[in-house]
Every structure is written in C-alpha cells, then in structure tokens.
Design a protein around this ligand. Structure first.
Ligand code: SF4
Ligand code: SF4
Length: 83
C-alpha cells in the first residue's frame, strides 16, 4: 500500500500545484548514499560525500529517502509553488 500512497500523494500534489523541498543536515550526513539509492526519481546525488537535491523539481514527496537515512539527516518539506 505504500506505493499507492506515494502515487496518491504525487497526484494530489500535482493537482494542487504543490512542490517539495529536500533538506540535508550537513552535520548529520555521513555520505553513505542510502538516500540516493532509495530515491526512484533521481532527485538526490552525492557531492563531496554529502547528499544534495540535484533535481528538486522531480521530488514526489514519497519520503523513501527519509526512511532510508539511518542518521536522520534528511527532511522533505512541503513547499508552495514550483521549486
Ligand atoms: S542516507 Fe542520510 S547519511 Fe546517508 S547520504 Fe543520505 S542524507 Fe546522508
Ligand atoms: S521524497 Fe521521494 S522523490 Fe523526494 S527526494 Fe525523497 S525519495 Fe526522492
């Protein structure tokens, strides 16, 4: 049911013109890359051993990256308008 929830979240977000902001805490991130591998939409990249939202406009707000991060270093926030 998780993928269905993600799909519904994206569909609702698209219809309402919502977008998401991906924030990485540089003090917590250890550059393990788990979030990069978890993101099915290619939003994240590792740059200088830290996760970075290279393509924030592709974020669906699915939270898979947040669940993958054992350091609690990544947050996905709802933002109004386009990134
Ligand atoms: S999973 Fe967490 S600690 Fe690992 S690269 Fe991503 S943000 Fe950094
Ligand atoms: S919330 Fe989902 S789509 Fe957005 S960066 Fe995280 S894993 Fe990728």
């Amino acid at each position: 049911m998780e993928s269905l929830n993600s799909c519904l979240t994206y569909e609702a977000g698209g219809a309402l013109g919502l977008s998401y902001r991906v924030v990485v805490d540089p003090d917590k991130c250890i550059g393990c890359g788990a979030c990069v591998r978890a993101c099915a939409y290619g939003v994240l990249e590792l740059i200088d051993d830290m996760a970075y939202a290279a393509r924030p406009g592709e974020c669906r707000g699915c939270m898979d990256c947040v669940r993958a991060c054992e350091q609690g270093a990544i947050e996905v926030l709802l933002a109004k308008g386009k990134p």
